[in-house]
Ligand binder design. Sequence first.
Ligand code: 13P
Length: 341
Amino acid sequence: MNTQDALQATVDALVQKGKGILAADESSPTIAKRFKAIGVESTEENRRNYRNLILATPGLGEFISGVILFEETLGQCADDGTPLPVLAAQQGIVPGIKVDQGKLPLANAPGDEITQGLDGLEQRLQVYKTQGARFAKWRDVYLISATTPSRLAIEANAEVLARYAAICQVQGIVPIVEPEVLIDGDHSIDRCAEVTEAVLHEVFHALHRHRVVLEHMLLKPSMVIPGKAYSSKASPQEVAAQTIKIFRRTVPAAVPCINFLSGGQTPEEATANLNALNSLPQQPWELSFSYGRALQQSALLAWKGDVANARSTQEAMYKRARLNSAARYGEYTPALESTDE
Ligand code: 13P
């Protein structure tokens, strides 16, 4: 298969009706934080056990088309010796890999950060491909405050994100382009809309400059939503309306799918907001999910590091995936939260 055909085949496998992507690519410090919250030590074996368990969830592939893994997980095996990316693929779930290497303060832009990881990326991708990865993820972060994100941060982050995406496509790896406008802060939904519009505009300008083929990438953005510390919450209808307004202005119709991150929304909020997005008239792109916390929180709470909880962990994982699948069709209602399955 030539590179263009390989990219298209991966996009087709990832973008399927009623399905979305599971983000299970927490970096070592982040997974340590998640485990600490349930009283589990973050050892390599505990991380392997947990990720083995959720990837082995029976039927997960009915709702999940792709999984983003951390580098360590790509090299780990299930209890029966099956490599974890192979286990995912056996479920019909395409394995992907987080390739950015975290962020640093951006020089001369107080309060802003820049994502790193371009050095050696081409060579790393070649290794990840041999381990089964067919797509990649890179996350840029924008903090909203009175003075951030600065113009410099918006431009510099867009540039590295576009360079990453171009390098991936040359290697036959579908890039997930993730500009995350953080939910932290007391800003209004209007301020989030203003920042998101500036960020997305710059990201697509940079993608064009770097000749990234928009049909062969996925966008993983944050929703347009008020800051966590803002005085009131926005309804799912308001989040959906504001998000679509900004995205119609900035995201070309050639992008096949928008896979939102949950970014600190509760699992129920993230599902309800996705449902509201899919209840609006049809948009040029598919509207899906690539949730980390919003898909895994109930599974982590059920697991608590104990293999005796394997069944309830997988049931929690399956249920959250199923509810988000319903939201892909605009068929989720909060009443579904209480139905057992
Ligand atoms: P959350 O859905 O928990 O924000 O995680 C998504 C993700 O992959 C962040 O990079």
